[in-house]
Design a protein around this ligand. Structure first.
Ligand code: SIN
Ligand code: CO
Length: 397
């Protein structure tokens, strides 16, 4: 985790603190040579290979004679063979692969360079490939994003326009009008930070036959509507578990004669309102909701359980190898409550510090684990998580 006052090449010499104050969620920043010598983490063929896997979310976006088309993966060799192998101005295309950090340890490591933004805001690393001229067209996102250039080049155009009208009927969100305010050609290792809702357009530029690959580090900002709906669902589950919160049955021993039997009386409304007014939530409920919701795996994520292992061998291996989160695991904490893949545990023992390290750094070294006594309850918890496939011994993916 970079210290807040350390100037970073990744941020064009700004400190994380300066970046947060001046740019984050506010204005774009072009960073030349953000990651020196970065040319990417995987080849176009490896990216295409990922797009053929069932558990990987991928899209091919094509613009054929100015009409946009989208196909969702998994793809196969025939899908790729159907795409033009030579640049064709009437048929441009791009391949987009989501959550590459769930499959590639190097991608997960790359994300750690962005640890000056909380994990609760991180969405994923998307990697795109496009031959010359390809891209997803002019659009805006509701995400903060760092667009890191891998191999090849990309011409980025941005616009401060407030007209965000989209082309009607298009299968993806393309801006009807795009007024270029600024443009830059990004080369390998350069990066562009964009705040949400800023119109942009990235056009692949092949460089001596090397096609463009871009790494998008995306940060989600949940919609208020989504937070409200999910929170009410969370509270409903809580109320069902916690019968005492609103015990009892509707009572009307004081029922008076009603002129209109079909009328819902003011008295009934007041009685029900009084019951519903008992539904309260606290800061702790909101924290528990956020931890559970934001660490919940995406619907397509499936964990493969690890083979059961005895307490003794688990402890021995832990101390010998160290442990890391599975690439698809998401861990957050708030105080002494820890959330892993939507599950919550309380840890008050001194070894809670180790869990914080695991959450922050996604791993705990053998050295750190072998220092001092490991809490028995925590050890059991780690073993459960290991059995569920949420954790791996270091050296395993
Ligand atoms: C890309 O095509 O790699 C970037 C997509 C975007 O503009 O969000
Ligand atoms: Co975008």
């Amino acid at each position: 985790m970079p210290p807040k006052n350390k100037p970073l090449q990744l941020l064009s010499g700004l400190t994380p603190e300066q970046f947060l104050v001046e740019y984050w969620h506010k204005k774009p920043l072009l960073i030349k040579n953000a990651i020196p010598h970065f040319t990417g983490l995987l080849s176009p063929e490896e990216l295409a290979g990922l797009a053929c896997e069932d558990e990987v979310q991928s899209r091919i976006i094509e613009e054929i004679n100015r009409v946009w088309h989208i196909q969702h993966g998994p793809f196969d060799d025939e899908d790729f063979a159907a795409l033009p192998d030579q640049p064709n101005p009437n048929h441009r295309w791009t391949l987009l692969v989501q959550s590459v950090n769930h499959f590639l340890p190097e991608a997960s490591e790359l994300l750690q360079q962005f640890d000056f933004i909380p994990h609760a805001r991180l969405d994923d690393l998307m990697v795109s490939y496009a031959p010359d001229g390809g891209g997803v067209g002019p659009h805006f996102d509701s995400y903060d994003v760092f667009l890191l250039q891998g191999q090849g080049k990309r011409l980025w155009r941005i616009s401060e326009q407030t007209d965000l009208t989209l082309i009607e009927g298009a299968p993806l969100r393309i801006l009807k009008n795009f007024d270029i305010a600024e443009e830059w050609v990004l080369e390998a290792g350069d990066m562009l930070y964009l705040p949400p809702h800023l119109a942009h357009w990235g056009i692949a530029v092949s460089d001596h036959g090397v096609d463009c690959m871009t790494y998008s580090i995306g940060f989600r900002a949940p919609k208020h509507q989504e937070l409200a709906t999910e929170f009410l669902g969370f509270m409903q589950d809580k109320l069902n578990q916690d019968q005492l919160t609103i015990a009892g049955l509707y009572q009307d021993a004081d029922l008076g004669y009603q002129q209109h039997p079909a009328e819902i009386s003011a008295d009934m409304i007041a009685k029900v309102k009084a019951v519903l007014d008992q539904i309260k939530w606290s800061k702790e409920d909101v924290a528990a909701f956020l931890g559970t919701y934001l660490s919940e795996p995406k619907p397509h994520v499936v964990f493969n359980p690890n083979k059961k292992i005895s307490k003794k061998s688990f402890q021995d291996k832990l101390i010998q190898l160290g442990i890391h989160l599975h690439l698809q695991s998401q861990m957050l904490f708030s105080g002494n409550l820890f959330y892993l893949n939507g599950e919550r545990i309380v840890c008050e023992s001194p070894s809670a510090e180790l869990l914080k390290v695991l959450a922050d750094q996604r791993s705990v070294s053998a050295e750190a684990l072998s220092q001092g006594e490991l809490d028995k309850v925590l050890l059991e918890q780690l073993r459960d998580w290991y059995h569920a496939g949420y954790l791996q011994f270091s050296g395993q993916i």
